[in-house]
Design a protein around this ligand. Structure first.
Ligand code: HEC
Length: 183
């Protein structure tokens, strides 16, 4: 889909300052946002009236840090949940974080070492980790809300990440058979 930024110059003529292909792909959409900022800046620079014609962002909004902190992990920390998380991790996360989560591969040099909570820059509460995965983190961690459909799988990933932490920092492992209510 082509989205353009139209501006009216001072004589009232409609001019295209710039336009960009905006796909649903996350990276390209991010690029679109940057372009939009650039376009606004350049439009203001020209002193023209401007009109934005970008498609609305679909999906939910990024959680704020405060909102994320309040979230409670509804999925018990059990072997089963960790195993589910490990499957998603192998599928989506190892190219950047490495098979062991330590990000020691040279693919993406600045990916966080997920085995070390002290290295986390975007928070270590369950909700904050959930948010980092769902909405992305920093400049380069992509959001996974479209690839990983459903909050439960995201929470399994949160549980899996906990399992990578030093034992003293992990939550107590719960019995697979215990019911949610028994927590
Ligand atoms: C394209 C590479 C890439 C992929 C794929 C990726 N990550 Fe990341 N991830 C990063 C980078 C880079 C950072 C560091 C972001 C920053 O600078 O804060 C990061 C940060 C994180 C953080 C936040 C850590 C912190 O610093 O607070 C979590 C949690 C995380 N990733 C989990 C995951 C999970 C789970 C997956 C798979 C679903 C995944 N990542 C896939 C690159 C990636």
């Amino acid at each position: 889909m082509t989205a353009g930024l139209r501006a009216l110059d001072l004589t009232g003529r409609s001019v295209y300052i710039c336009s960009a292909d905006v796909f649903t792909g996350l990276r390209i959409r991010d690029a679109g946002v940057n372009l939009r900022i650039f376009c606004i800046a350049s439009t203001l620079g020209f002193g023209s009236f401007f009109l934005l014609a970008l498609p609305p962002q679909e999906g939910h909004q990024r959680l704020s840090a405060a909102e994320a902190k309040k979230l409670k992990n509804p999925v018990s920390y059990t072997r089963k949940s960790i195993a589910q998380g490990r499957i998603s991790f192998a599928r989506f996360c190892t190219p950047c974080h490495g098979p062991d989560g330590k990000a020691q591969m040279d693919v993406v040099a600045d990916a966080t070492d997920l085995t070390s909570p002290n290295a986390f820059k975007s928070g270590v509460s369950d909700g904050e980790i959930f948010r980092s995965i769902r909405d992305g983190a920093g400049e380069t961690m992509p959001p996974f809300k479209t690839q990983i459909d459903g909050d439960t799988d995201l929470w399994h990933l949160v549980n899996y990440i906990h399992s990578l932490w030093p034992e003293s920092m992990r939550p107590p492992l719960e019995d697979d058979k215990s019911k949610e209510k028994d927590r």
